[in-house]
Design a binder for this molecule. Sequence first.
Ligand code: NAI
Ligand code: MG
Length: 359
Amino acid sequence: EKTRHYRIAVIPGDGIGKEVVPEGVRILEAAAETFGFRLDLQHHAFGSCDYYAEHGTMLPANWKELLTPTDAIFFGAVGWPATVPDHVSLWGSLLQFRREFDQYVNLRPVRLMPGVPCPLAGREPGDIDFYVVRENTEGEYSSVGGTMYPGTEREIVIQETVMSRHGVDRILKFAFDLAQSRPKKHLTSATKSNGIAITMPYWDQRVEAMGERYPEVRRDKYHIDILTAHFVLNPDRFDVVVGSNLFGDILSDLGPACTGTIGIAPSANINPEGRFPSLFEPVHGSAPDIAGQGIANPVGQIWTAAMMLEHLGEVEAAHAIVAAIETALRDPASRTRDLKGTATTREAAEAVLRAFAAG
Ligand code: NAI
Ligand code: MG
């Protein structure tokens, strides 16, 4: 048997990233030990505002050479607005990775975990369990357009939506593959073909065409306005939800918000073909308001570790980590302050590690 060996770039970034990434690394090392694979972890201080203070850039000139040969990037959070403006820190690091590594899938699980107060009344863990798949490279977020006659009565502002067959088909293929791999085999497409009458009918048409190749996957579509309502009213209805860049952006915040705290949600930026490394990070940012106090919830970063392992093919290990998170969260003593508990970052992470070792 080929030895399973993964090269992982570890970039903690700023603020609580530096506190939660080490906890994510601990679970990765425990998983490697238990499930018999090897990890070569390459720790980097770049992609942080401390690095910027020292070097005047967020990344070294050779960052691509350093990161391209890795199998994945395990990222914390970037941003320290007190010293570096957010557009400088974000565009200088994370957004470079997403673009240069053609990470055209943004993937977020939406799952109600035990011990997390659900903002939606009457929902139990198990009721909500789906994925949001967002197109990450084109669509509404384009640089095509411009301004004419600025500052005058004739002022004109235009920004075009760009949908390419290449771009639409590849995100749909990823979403259908994901749906096909899940027990419910159900794909929901976010559209607005009644109002956006050129690009969205095109999107719908490509969904139909791709769907023909997945006869086992049940598919439906909703206009984005009513779809947001269903996320709140009927979240149990969904399995895999795919949307364009803008619709996916909205849904990928709304989904995790429907299942509680930002402190536990993970996300992935994926290049499915593996031509470039994919990047895994919690949904939350660097949380300057609580940074340095040792009270950040580490679960988002730990769940991120599980997502990364699943992507690398270590599915059993990934499921074991998610199960350990569920076990740990059931115990109020293992919850951090954002979950109305008193556990420190370290204690909350220890509880997951214990559950992992016991499971
Ligand atoms: P944030 O996610 O850092 O914090 C929002 C609120 O949630 C804060 O009150 C924070 O204390 C709380 N929170 C976040 N993560 C938590 C955790 N693990 N445990 C407990 N509480 C947690 O978003 P904010 O404040 O808008 O941004 C702060 C910085 O982070 C900015 O520089 C921003 O640009 C950056 N950011 C970076 C992201 C990334 O690296 N992908 C994503 C979002 C923001
Ligand atoms: Mg967003």
